[in-house]
Design a protein around this ligand. Structure first.
Ligand code: AP5
Length: 213
């Protein structure tokens, strides 16, 4: 199974992708996590990507497509979390999958409004060591400031500040939303109400993936 998770920043894609990956063994490929790792390591890609990420803008398509090409596994299923994000990326993905004799199974759209997103992002805490994600109110860590899984230090992402979060939401509407029609036309789209609580969203996600929406 090859699944794309589509949706605004903070809609819960990463949280659900990690969980689904643990339950099913599907590989979780998060472009945001890969980029943040590249920034941390100070690679050439990281240096080029950082300025876009800090401004809440999309990293250029060419860089993103090359990155996916590099990490796509030759065998087995995977979840693409945060890719594609433009029509150009979606077309490149189609071409890439075809070349490898693979086919996209489904695209799950996480639907949520701007105000919910801002509330979620302003309370998000991320582990500096393993990347696990918490929320100050909805999913707090057992010990303040410390990751339950690895004991790493939790921090707030720079791009989760309110003005950057709102800009990311606008960028999503302008550049990523056209993918909803794109995948509807290909009969791949399944919509999910991402405002529900964590447990309900996970349950619904498993159901829609099992029966194809
Ligand atoms: P990326 O890291 O992919 O950011 P994003 O898509 O904006 O997604 P987020 O990680 O912000 O949110 P999420 O939907 O995963 O939500 P989460 O599960 O964490 O990308 C960052 C940047 O990289 C981009 O701005 C861009 O510059 C660049 N980039 C990445 N991919 C790119 C691409 N393909 N092309 C170009 N540039 C690219 O949840 C959020 C919070 O809500 C958490 O605190 C969580 O605990 C909480 N939460 C989750 N679910 C629930 C729930 N059901 N109820 C209550 N709270 C919940």
């Amino acid at each position: 199974m090859i699944v794309v998770f589509l949706g605004p920043p903070g809609s819960g894609k990463g949280t659900q992708a990690r969980e689904l990956s643990q339950k099913t063994g599907l590989l979780h490929i998060s472009t945001g996590d890969l980029l943040r790792e590249a920034v941390k390591k100070g690679t050439e890609l990281g240096k080029r990507a950082k300025e876009y990420m800090d401004r809440g803008e999309l990293v250029p398509d060419g860089l993103m497509v090359a990155m996916i090409e590099e990490v796509m596994p030759p065998e087995g299923g995977f979840i693409l979390d945060g890719f594609p994000r433009t029509v150009a990326q979606a077309l490149a993905l189609e071409e890439m999958l075809q070349r490898h004799g693979k086919e996209l199974s489904k695209v799950v759209l996480f639907e949520i409004q701007e105000e919910d997103v801002v509330q979620r992002l302003s309370g998000r805490l991320t582990c500096s060591n393993c990347g696990a994600v918490y929320h100050k109110v909805y999913n707090p860590p057992k010990r303040e400031g410390t990751c339950d899984l690895c004991g790493g230090k939790l921090f707030q992402r720079e791009d989760d500040r309110e003005e950057v979060a709102r800009k990311r939401f606008r960028v999503y509407q302008e550049q990523t939303q056209p993918l909803v029609e794109f995948y509807k036309r290909r009969n791949k789209l399944i919509s999910l109400n991402a405002r529900e609580n964590h447990r309900l969203v996970s349950q619904k996600l498993l159901e829609v993936l099992k029966d194809g929406g």
